[in-house]
Design a binder for this molecule. Structure first.
Ligand SMILES: Cc1cc2nc3c(=O)[nH]c(=O)nc-3n(C[C@H](O)[C@H](O)[C@H](O)COP(=O)(O)OP(=O)(O)OC[C@H]3O[C@@H](n4cnc5c(N)ncnc54)[C@H](O)[C@@H]3O)c2cc1C
Length: 368
């Protein structure tokens, strides 16, 4: 083996692929035009589950459920390699006003996900709070995603991976139907195999390399609050809005789904609306101002189904992108599938739904 592998994009998709490849003995170089983990993988919430898992198509569930089962061990390994804490926390998620709790519970039962309608006493709802039709998912966990990507980055370096930041890839060079080098602004780097993990930018393609079908940036704005620790001890979700507590008392409120191109601007009206809705869910937030407001660009894909496959034009180019709302959740199983495909192994998951051709057949339709 010991191939020279280049991964373009050092978000969670590129970093987790690098980790898997390094663990199988390959030489890996990651190239990112910004900083590793500095885009969507930094901006997200770090919830390790689809928000209402029963609302998604099976290919989302397959990757998510497999990843969720692996996550605690995966993070422990990354933490051991890096010496960094990713703040994995099995805090549970309480979904309120669920349209059909019976259907939700039935879905969870068939997918091996713990779910209850009666809340255990350890879940302390804000005083005066009444949520209708609750579904409590006690095993849902979170990571503090900026810390996960920092730990992943350090683990990759520890295993001998090279990470080149501020290094934009502009195109590829080809010979005999294969890519043999990637082109940056300053260098030409030889590659035996290449992985494209360029997140929201995968829909743009590179010079000499066709774009991944139907990937487009979907902006999400987030607010961050700071409370005393312990005020909120579980993720709350209601009608599109979630609150994520961190152990140190920070609370994230999100998010929006905006089709605004590559613009990462935030706006005052959204800040006000998110604050209002967050305070309705957790009154302790009504009298304080957010400490931070930001936006990130999700790698949007129809039906939230990523593309994990060989590139149709080149045998030695692979793609791991389009994880849309759940790229942190799906990272371990996506990387596992990608590495299996790259090594010609028998994947644990059916790769068919994540194929390039399957992605071509999907479309955005009207909904985001
Ligand atoms: C507000 C918000 C909330 C979210 N909440 C959650 C959540 O709770 N749970 C969850 O699982 N997911 C969540 N997500 C989604 C998750 O963050 C993404 O699915 C995931 O981070 C995608 O990772 P990625 O590595 O594919 O993309 P990115 O993290 O965007 O990484 C792509 C990288 O490619 C680099 N790049 C692009 N083009 C080039 C080029 N030409 N040359 C070199 N480098 C290039 C970029 O600089 C970037 O660093 C959220 C996202 C947002 C925005």
């Amino acid at each position: 083996m010991n191939l020279n592998l280049i991964i373009i994009g050092a978000g969670v998709s590129g970093l987790s692929a690098a980790l898997g490849l390094l663990q199988r003995g390959h030489r890996v170089t990651l190239l990112d035009r910004g900083t590793a983990g500095g885009e969507s993988s930094w901006a997200g919430g770090g919830i390790l589950s689809p928000l209402l898992p029963w609302e998604y198509a099976d290919p989302v569930a397959s990757l998510a459920v497999r990843s969720m089962a692996a996550y605690a061990d995966w993070v422990a390994e990354i933490e051991a390699l890096s010496g960094r804490d990713a703040e994995f926390w099995r805090c549970g998620m309480l979904a309120l006003d669920v349209e059909s709790p019976d259907r939700a519970l039935a879905w969870c039962a068939t997918h091996g996900m713990a779910a209850e309608q009666n809340l255990p006493p350890i879940v302390s709802l804000p005083s005066g709070f009444s949520g209708r039709n609750p579904v409590w998912l006690p095993e849902v966990a979170q990571v503090r995603n900026p810390r996960l990507v920092a730990a992943l980055r350090a683990a990759v370096v520890r295993l001998g991976g090279t990470i080149r930041e501020h290094c934009a890839v502009t195109g590829v060079q080809t010979r005999g139907g294969r890519v043999n080098a990637v082109q940056t602004a300053t260098d030409t780097l030889p590659a035996d195999k290449m992985v494209l993990a360029t997140g929201a930018w995968s829909g743009l393609g590179l010079a000499g390399l066709a774009a991944t079908p139907h990937i487009r940036p979907i902006r999400g704005q987030m607010l961050l609050f700071k409370l005393e620790s312990g005020v909120l001890d579980t993720i709350l979700y209601r009608s599109g809005l979630y609150l994520i507590p961190r152990r140190d008392g920070h609370v994230l409120a999100g998010s929006t789904l905006e089709d605004a191109g590559f613009d990462k601007a935030t706006d005052a009206a959204t800040r006000q609306r998110l604050h209002l809705e967050a305070a309705e869910l957790l009154p302790a937030l009504s009298d304080i101002q957010p400490v931070r407001h930001w936006a990130g660009l999700r790698p949007g894909s129809p039906d939230n189904i990523p593309v994990i496959d060989r590139h149709p034009d080149f045998d030695n180019v692979f793609v791991n992108t389009g994880h849309y709302r759940y790229g942190v959740t799906m990272a371990p199983a996506s990387a596992e599938l990608l590495v299996d495909l790259m090594e010609g192994g028998q994947p644990a998951l059916d790769p068919a739904p994540y194929r390039w051709q399957a992605a071509l057949a999907r479309s955005w339709g009207a909904a985001l």
